[in-house]
Design a protein around this ligand. Structure first.
Ligand SMILES: C[S@@+](CC[C@H](N)C(=O)[O-])C[C@H]1O[C@@H](n2cnc3c(N)ncnc32)[C@H](O)[C@@H]1O
Length: 421
């Protein structure tokens, strides 16, 4: 077998498939299959490898932890408890408009279909607002500065709503705004894998989703590790080793996320990300989001003391969530060579309660809508009412004074796909 052919085949193979899956195949696998080969054997070997790699992609996607928000439209549904996220979206609207106006670089001719994607869309209504904001901004841009060929707006818009396959897409689709200006499609799957064809999407947006990791770092639930996070489900008050394990997982995930998006976004297209963060130099123990989720862990421990839950079950559970520092996130974004970072803004964690006072019940509804599903799937449904209604609500009231002066922020990050010649 010609070694040059082999190298080319291997390179093509590595580029064709999602790198994380392809990386699992060793060069020697390919060599051993193709060593004695005729052209025909090489052909079948590469087909086999392709099949294997797709299977591996699916396996690694299946290993990704899914934590969908509460579906439906009940009391603790995400639909009814997403004001915090809506507030953030509203705060970012001007930056989204400015980003599209100043940085979106698609100008030769109006694309037949302008593709927008919202990653981690959940069940709405925020995802509809985000998509509408983007489309309005694109329309406005091209009605003022038309494409080089004189056309003034894209022909059609196509919006892709992405979330884990277990997301309540039925609720999402049945509540699509009837007057929308776009065709809609759902894309199930983790955003830590490839979701769209190469070079196809013009703007990708994601809000309040990127703090969810692809998985819990294995060390934190490994009894033999120095990063074992015993008795906790969040790293807010844990030792440095635990914090480092979370930070390393975040870096790994962000690299995979950006590599996948770099494949999908057209040159000159935009990636707009909004996610929770913690101000540089602040101790994770003061982070509002950390406090909210750590408190849930301490309620579980209280229930373990009452023999309502096994302690071992708590030790084997951690939330796959990381709240990054701006400097930490910036390093990861600027390290990626496919995008240029055009803007990064810190948004204060605003008080979204309608009467201006954040009450414990306000946070209660929010945390319940976000975590009830995952708690149920690990601990069973029988503990959830006591956990939330008795323990969690009481503890939240005890820390209400701390929650009134939040120490979390949101980050708005605008990345532009570099044009490859
Ligand atoms: C708090 S909701 C945000 C929903 C919406 N973007 C908003 O701003 O209201 C976070 C969503 O991200 C989704 N999510 C988390 N990790 C994900 C992943 N790896 N792939 C796709 N969706 C993910 C969750 O399932 C959840 O629906």
């Amino acid at each position: 077998m010609d070694s040059q052919v082999l190298r080319t085949e291997l390179a093509r193979f590595r580029c064709t498939f999602f790198p994380a899956a392809a990386a699992q195949l060793r060069t020697k696998d390919l060599i051993s299959i193709t060593r004695s080969s005729s052209v025909l054997k090489l052909y079948f070997a590469s087909k086999l490898l392709r099949f294997g790699s797709l299977q591996r992609t699916q396996t690694s996607a299946a290993a990704i932890m899914a934590i969908p928000m509460n579906g439906g439209d009940g009391l603790y549904s995400y639909t009814k408890n997403c004001d915090i996220q809506k507030f953030v979206l509203d705060a970012c609207q001007v930056m989204i408009e400015e980003g599209i106006d100043h940085k979106l670089d698609i100008h030769a001719s109006a694309p037949k279909a302008f593709l927008v994607a919202d990653l981690g869309c959940s069940v709405g209504p925020n995802t509809f607002t985000a998509s509408q904001n983007i489309i309005q901004a694109v329309n406005l841009k091209y009605s003022c500065k038309s494409f080089t060929n004189g056309e003034s707006t894209p022909h059609e818009y196509h919006v892709f709503f992405n979330d884990h396959a277990t997301n309540d897409f039925n609720t999402l689709f049945t509540s699509l705004p009837p007057e929308r200006q776009y065709l809609a499609a759902g894309v199930p799957g983790s955003f830590y894998t490839r979701l769209f064809p190469r070079d196809s999407v013009h703007v990708i947006h994601s809000s309040y989703a990127l703090h969810w990791l692809s998985e819990v770092p294995s060390e934190v639930i490994n009894i033999n590790s120095t990063a074992y996070n015993k008795g906790r489900i969040h790293y807010r008050d844990s030792g440095m080793e635990v914090v480092k394990a979370y930070s390393a997982q975040y870096a790994k995930d962000m690299e995979i996320f950006l590599e996948a998006r770099a494949e999908e976004i057209v040159g000159g297209g935009l990636l707009m990300l909004v996610f929770p963060a913690i101000p540089n130099g602040t101790s994770p123990s003061l982070c509002t989001i950390g406090i909210l989720f750590d408190l849930l862990g301490s309620c579980l421990m209280d229930m373990a003391k009452l023999s309502k839950v096994s302690e071992a079950k708590i030790d084997s559970f951690n939330l796959p969530m990381h709240t990054a520092f701006p400097e930490e996130a910036e390093k990861l974004f600027t390290r990626n060579e496919s995008f240029s970072m055009e803007r990064m803004e810190e948004i204060p964690f605003l008080n979204p309660a309608k009467n201006g006072t954040v009450t414990s019940s306000y946070y209660y509804d929010h945390v319940r809508a976000v975590t009830e599903g995952v708690i149920e799937s690990h601990f069973g449904s029988e503990i959830k009412d006591e956990l939330f209604e008795h323990h969690y609500l009481n503890k939240l009231e005890e820390v209400n004074h701390i929650l009134r002066s939040p120490k979390s922020i949101m980050l708005f990050v605008l990345l532009k796909r570099k044009v490859v010649n």
